[in-house]
Write a protein that binds this ligand. Structure first.
Ligand code: AMP
Length: 401
């Protein structure tokens, strides 16, 4: 069975074609600058097929899907004889609100519910819908389309953890609550951790640290998300690349009044100019911050210290909330690659009985225990793979059809 995995953004579209027989990635790529001019990068994984990387006119997502299908089926760059070899399409959808606690086959009712969640994710859900509609148009109604939600995994979080202490009607009428994001990633790494630990998920207390451009931490008990650091939006929790993380609404009002910012201007600052970029004044990329800190830049060092501190205190909070933790998982760009960040964070965990194996921690981008064998709480690096979860869910739903 061959599954096309689509992650549609407002002006971009990432794709992967997966052969579920052995879970092999046959090709992957990225359409950029959709609606502006257009660029396509396509990388087949089959010997003898060429990469493609050039400007292509992409006035809308429909042309982007057409260009992807054209490349997937072309003699020079392709890995398929025809589009009909694609059995189904799995879409990443950011927000499923309280409607979806698992992946679903998309029909009109589902599409309407995704649309109803748009006010909760105004930048992401419309782009995801555009990707779904474009696939339907180009590939036809007969090819099943499946939605896999970032929020679904967190629907098991109990009320005491997802509620904000606001007047209750804001939850009841306006659906204002913690939703959480990166659910597909937290779900993937927790399942891998269970395999690596040789214990069923039902018996494990895990804390997953997804540390990338956006970062979130998730407490997973018995395989279920029981708390997570992002909230109603992906703005809060840890300080991130450019997002502020936890903030006091009173300070926001103060700054808006003092500088005459509109709410949109203020949110732009909180989303795009804050986090480690705002603190360091240098970059949102941890590689640049590591380099600057090594050269003695104090603000870069402060930004890194703040990030590590927030990870440590969030993990500590979740260990307390679950009354224990068996393993702490690091994933995503920073978690998979930055040995110094991992080492600095783990210094906070000696009270948990964590001991870092320095040699193992110097490895990058592979599944590995970075704790010593006698470490009471295990430390694990697991490269995330959201695409394979989307492909698997798509396959499972097709099997049940
Ligand atoms: P992601 O959002 O998961 O793609 O993560 C992207 C982020 O990972 C980048 O902005 C960097 O901050 C970080 N990153 C990637 N590679 C490295 C590395 N070798 N060392 C430190 N940070 C890295």
């Amino acid at each position: 069975m061959k599954i096309l995995v689509i992650n549609a953004g407002s002006s971009s579209l990432k794709y992967q074609l997966v052969d579920m027989d052995g879970e092999k990635v046959l090709a992957q790529g990225l359409c950029e600058r959709i609606g502006i001019d257009g660029h396509l990068k396509h990388k087949p994984s089959i010997d003898g097929k060429q990469k493609f990387d050039a400007d292509v006119s992409l006035p809308s997502h429909s042309e982007a899907i057409e260009a992807v299908i054209e490349k997937l089926t072309s003699k020079e760059y392709g890995v398929l004889n025809s589009m009909s070899e694609i059995n189904a399409v799995g879409h990443r959808v950011v927000h499923g609100g309280e409607y979806f606690n698992s992946s679903v086959l998309i029909n009109d009712e589902v599409l309407n519910a995704i649309e109803a969640c748009t006010p909760l994710a105004p930048l992401h859900n419309p782009a995801n819908i555009t990707g779904i509609v474009a696939c339907k148009k180009v590939m036809g109604e007969s090819v099943p389309q499946i939605a896999v939600f970032d929020t679904a995994f967190h629907q098991t979080i109990p009320g005491k953890a997802f509620m904000y202490a606001l007047p209750y009607e804001y939850y009841e009428n306006d659906k204002v609550r913690r939703y959480g994001f990166h659910g597909t990633s937290h779900r993937y790494v927790s399942a891998r951790a269970s395999d690596m630990l040789g214990k069923p998920l039902e018996e494990l207390k895990l804390i997953s640290c997804h540390m990338g451009n956006g970062s979130s931490i998730c407490a997973i008990e018995g395989g279920n998300s029981v708390d997570t650091s992002m909230g109603f939006t992906p703005l809060v929790g840890l300080p991130m690349g450019t997002r502020c993380g936890q903030m006091d609404a009173g300070a926001i009002q103060y700054l808006m009044k003092k500088h005459g910012y509109s709410i949109d201007e203020m949110l732009h600052i909180l989303n795009k100019k804050s986090g480690v970029l705002g603190i360091s004044g240098i970059s949102s990329d941890f590689r640049d911050l590591d380099e600057a800190a090594d050269k003695g830049n104090e603000r870069a060092k402060l930004a890194l210290d703040m990030f590590n501190y927030w990870v440590a205190k969030t993990v500590g909070g979740y260990a307390a909330a679950m009354n224990g933790v068996d393993a702490i998982i690091f994933t995503a760009g920073i978690g998979e690659n930055s040995k110094s960040t991992r080492a600095d964070i783990c210094e906070y965990f000696t009270y948990l009985g964590c001991q870092v194996d320095e040699q193992a921690n110097s490895k990058r981008g592979e599944e590995i225990f970075i704790s010593t064998p006698d470490s009471r709480v295990k430390l694990i690096v697991i490269p995330t793979n959201e695409e394979i979860v989307i492909a698997r869910d798509t396959c499972d739903i097709l099997d049940k059809k």
